[in-house]
Ligand binder design. Structure first.
Ligand SMILES: [Fe+2]
Ligand SMILES: [Fe+2]
Length: 279
């Protein structure tokens, strides 16, 4: 059985900095301890972006120091909070493709895992330029040739959550759908972070899931909900993917399981938010 841990939105801060009342390094250390205690049999751990909250070198160094305690082979991806050049200067073993994007593949136990870089400097939303789409198409063609089902991990969710996060979601989702569907490869699962809320569903017939990650969790906020979107101190959560020949199961594991609501005043931008167009 293939076992993959996906940790997202680690949001490491510089030493001594606490944001929203949360020490993300302390929480990340709990996640690493959990991995040591229960998941040292995992084949892979993927850090799915938003590694350093401010994209600074000191936070990347802090992340690397904590990550060194993780017994699972791992890859690091970029999110909108990250600074790709700063990360690449700081990282000891970055995953990087021929065009300088922080993305790559891992073929394990009959699956192809594709880690796709959807981050773009200076932008909160997700971007997939022609270089990245061409890279993805080539990796999917290889997977099809080798009859490997694909697990795709990227920072920005491809599907709509029908929440305000859609306005800074994956801008190029339609292009991604075209590349995936035209490839003829079997896409077994997509996993993303960014939205800080666990969800599961399907998108163009492909199973999708998101996790809440290591920072605050956002509450459900749909079009008819007029109150400020609530934010909670937990759960801090990673995904455990178990994949066999018959399919993929996604577990949502809460390694910090407190769910205290944080004061609305901490998140004033959640008071007035816009929704994207309905599809
Ligand atoms: Fe995030
Ligand atoms: Fe993000």
């Amino acid at each position: 059985m293939l076992k993959i841990i996906v940790m997202s939105d680690v949001h490491i801060l510089p030493e001594g900095v606490v944001k929203h009342g949360l020490d993300t390094s302390e929480r990340f250390a709990i996640a690493i301890d959990d991995a040591n205690t229960f998941h040292d049999d995992a084949d892979l751990c993927i850090y799915a972006g938003d590694i350093a909250d401010e994209g600074d070198a000191a936070s990347y160094a802090r992340f690397e120091a904590l990550r060194a305690g993780n017994p699972i082979p791992s890859f690091v991806m970029m999110g909108n909070h990250d600074n790709r050049p700063t990360y690449l200067e700081t990282a000891s073993d970055p995953m990087v493709d021929d065009n300088g994007f922080v993305q790559g593949i891992a073929d394990i136990k009959g699956y192809r895992v594709i880690m796709l870089d959807s981050s773009e400097p200076g932008r909160v939303d997700g971007v997939l330029c022609n270089d990245r789409l061409a890279w993805l198409a080539a990796r999917l063609a290889e997977a099809k040739d080798r009859d490997l089902p694909v697990i795709l991990v990227l920072h920005h969710p491809a599907n709509r959550l029908h929440m305000p996060v859609d306005t800074y979601g994956l801008t190029d989702a339609d292009k991604l759908a075209s590349v995936l569907l035209e490839s003829g490869a079997r896409i077994a699962q997509i996993v993303a972070g960014h939205c800080h809320i666990p969800t599961a569903g399907s998108w163009h017939g492909i199973p999708v899931a998101t996790i809440s990650g290591n920072q605050h969790r956002v509450g459900l906020h749909l079009r008819n909900m007029t109150r400020q979107q609530p934010c909670y101190e937990g759960a801090a959560q990673f995904a455990v993917l178990l994949a066999t020949t018959s399919g993929v199961t996604v577990h949502f594991h809460n390694y910090v399981d407190r769910n205290v609501q944080l004061p609305d005043a901490m998140f004033p931008w959640k008071r007035v938010q816009k929704f994207g167009p309905e599809d």
